[in-house]
Design a protein around this ligand. Sequence first.
Ligand SMILES: Cc1ncc(COP(=O)(O)O)c(C=O)c1O
Length: 433
Amino acid sequence: MASVSDNEFYRNDELIRELAEQYNTPLYVFDEKNIRDRCKELRSAIEYENLQIRYACKALTLQAVLKVVLDEGLWIDASSINEVDRALRAGFSPSQIYYTGEGATLTVYQNLTKRGILINCTSIDQIKLLGQASGAECSIRLNPGEGHGANTKTNTGGPSSKHGIYFDQISDALEIASSNGVRIVGLHSHIGSGTDLSHWLRIKDKTLNIARELPDVHTINLGGGLPVVYDPEEDQPMPLRQWGAALSDSMRAFSKEMGRDFRLQIEPGRYIVAASGVLLAEAQAVKETSGDNTSPGYEYVIVNSGLNHNIRPSMYGSYHPIRFLAPQTRQQQDRTKSYVVAGYLCESGDVFTVDEDGTLLTRELPQVEVGDIMVMAGVGAYSHSMKSEYNSMNLPMSILIQANGQPKVIERRGTLHDIMRREVEAYNEGVDE
Ligand SMILES: Cc1ncc(COP(=O)(O)O)c(C=O)c1O
């Protein structure tokens, strides 16, 4: 994948206009072919025979997407019991799902072990809890002592990360596991989202080194975190061939050295779905502020979407390609202007063009008018799955452009009834004071 704007749909003016007209905005549109291509691309990049790719389904958990991923032969990394159940419902078998969650309760662990779902323990306390839940086997998540990600909030390794069991406590983990009747059969590390090649390969070596201390381990899971190019001028893609060859060489050498055939797993989320998703919205106002001695003035486009549909810009300062399309009835303007693209929420941080510190950024766009369609690329990962009903806004509809090119509604638009359902049920049943 070159970049998220390589999504065929992103530049398909005719189809965008058609979908916006037929289904209204805001609208998520996901491209099945794009997801399938990413799955195939990853599998063909790694030659190592004993390979299993899991999809980190927190990135995008829609049933239709899970079914596509299942059909492509991927397994699941789930981070909550509801993600486990959503995967089961999509058709995955319990043995294809494993569970990594920082929090844990005995009830959840009992539920998971009873159904044969492997737990990836992220603390020594979780190993003890698994023993109480009569779990016989687990994987453990290692914090290898360093992390890396596209930004500090997506870095999940090193001393300032809450994730995993710190590398110098692995022998304690082994001891606790055996005294609780639990065998450690898997070793996992995931150091962040947007991890570059050199960090990936260093962590692979550290993880394999630690695996030497764990006699029952047969699976090495090196996590997800493959970078995705959102901004072609800033972001570096993962050199997939080089990465895959390095993983394969190391796993073959390690299996040979240890005299056992280790299974390699990886669990990308973003890489599989980021480019598949596009968000459509409509320009509802164009307005300007005059500058003063503290700030320049800005020209704003306000669209009927916001951080409730894609929180990544306001949370991480993430860049998403954006274009505007005039409706069929109007000629697209040639003249361009610099705009801040902002959402419709009552929240001043509800801006799509902003950096990590919250500083407004502008985009040079053909002059926008009310009614133009905003097309935002790269919203397949961590946008729909982090959506909210803030300001009591109805959730968007989701469409899948199927492999045969036909659009299909895979999630209906939200309603006031959806927003209030749990309250109404609570009142009908009598709220527990
Ligand atoms: C444990 C674990 N595995 C995999 C992933 C997927 O990361 P990415 O979507 O960057 O590939 C995450 C993301 O947060 C994670 O926490």
